[in-house]
Ligand binder design. Structure first.
Ligand code: PHE
Length: 371
């Protein structure tokens, strides 16, 4: 989300923003996967929290409501007014001033303002996103923050070293339990930290990005923390990424499954390898259309409609054709929607009905001409 400081035109924010949260998303609020004993996400939460608390004491929060203000989610973190992450095509808005948090960093300012120097905030986060086995519009993060009093006179380099060794210990010993795990640090960009880094671990033959972190921008401490000259670090970890690797869970949608064949595999907070159960058959349907010359085609709006109507029955959506008419210059796309239930066989009539409703809705709302 913060890979580069892209800017979007101001006009996107000038008009009133209205609610763009479909019921498939609001249904997820309050499901409390993090609080559910033995759920893989709960187990990862406990690993992180107990490792870090064995080193020193962090205040832990895991049940804060995901509705936050745009101040908390963006402004307090020095995210520019025209930063791409604020776009309604990327973020779920209740109204112009309230969003579903896009990251747990949204809670930094309130804890700092309360003078809390070490804290971990676990929570569900929401981003409008593509649909596939590793992307889901709801996911979980943990935010970790530690502030050192100004009296300790630490330099930014010392704080960064402390951050790096804390996180290397957490990942090697607290989570993966592998002292040999290969780790590398990559420069990154986040508006709220400087310097900023990402950690990658060598796992099953590839470098896997596991977290973002950095030294908190002094301006954030000055604005919110009682000790204005204190210095601190922050990190954010995506929990599904870690849990998918630890438990060998192949599809991010499984975390939301109520299927006993999934849930019963996890007991006593142990790390076990998920045993896939036979999948129900998949079925795909294509949808092709010309985009309108008057309005921009936002892929995320399209995915969101599909997700809203198809819910968790949509396994993935992929673009299979992209064509620009040589004479008229009109743009056409074809997307393939894969339908599959994790819990049962789908009826043809039911998929036809979903596909029909998706076609109606995208042509109406996105002004597309169906082919
Ligand atoms: N909030 C960032 C994200 O969601 C992660 C992060 C947290 C980076 C804290 C730096 C410090 O990508």
């Amino acid at each position: 989300m913060f890979s580069a400081p892209h800017l979007v035109p101001r006009r996107l924010f000038s008009s009133q923003i209205c609610c763009n949260i479909p019921s498939s998303i609001s249904d997820k609020i309050g499901r409390g996967l993090l609080l559910r004993a033995n759920h893989p996400l709960n187990t990862v939460k406990n690993l992180i929290s107990s490792h870090l608390n064995s080193i020193e004491s962090f205040k832990v929060e895991d049940n804060l409501h995901p509705k936050v203000s745009t101040l908390q989610c963006f402004d307090d973190l020095l995210i520019p007014k025209d930063h791409v992450s604020r776009k309604p095509s990327d973020t779920f808005y209740f109204d112009s001033n309230q969003v579903l948090r896009t990251h747990t960093s949204a809670h930094q300012s309130q804890f700092l303002s309360a003078g809390i120097s070490s804290f971990l905030v676990f929570g569900d986060c929401y981003r409008r996103d593509a649909i596939d086995s590793t992307h889901y519009p709801v996911f979980h993060q943990v935010e970790g923050v530690k502030v050192f009093a100004s009296g300790q006179n630490l330099s930014s380099a010392q704080v960064l070293d402390h951050l790096k060794s804390t996180l290397e210990g957490l990942i090697r010993f607290g989570i993966f339990k592998d002292p040999e795990l290969k780790i590398r640090w990559v420069d990154a960009y986040f508006p709220f930290t400087n310097p900023s880094l990402e950690m990658e671990v060598w796992y099953q033959g590839e470098w896997l990005e596991v977290l973002g972190c950095g030294v908190i921008q002094p301006e954030i401490i000055q604005r919110h923390y009682p000790d204005k000259n204190a210095i601190g670090w922050a990190f954010g970890i995506g929990l599904e990424r870690i849990a998918m690797r630890l438990f060998n869970i192949p599809d991010i949608r499984l975390f939301w499954s109520e299927d006993p064949r999934f849930l019963s595999q996890f007991t006593n907070s142990e790390i076990v390898q998920f045993q896939p159960f036979s999948k129900f058959p998949a079925c795909f349907k294509d949808i092709s259309f010309w985009t309108s010359n008057e309005s921009v085609f936002e892929e995320n709006d399209f995915y969101s409609i599909i997700r809203d109507i198809g819910g968790d029955l949509v396994e993935s959506v992929e673009m299979v054709d992209d064509f620009k008419h040589p004479k008229t210059g009109r743009q056409s796309y074809c997307f393939r929607i894969n339908y599959r239930s994790m819990e049962r066989s789908l009826l043809n009539s039911e998929i036809d009905d979903l596909q029909f409703r998706i076609r109606e809705k995208v042509s109406e709302d996105l002004h597309l001409e169906l082919r």
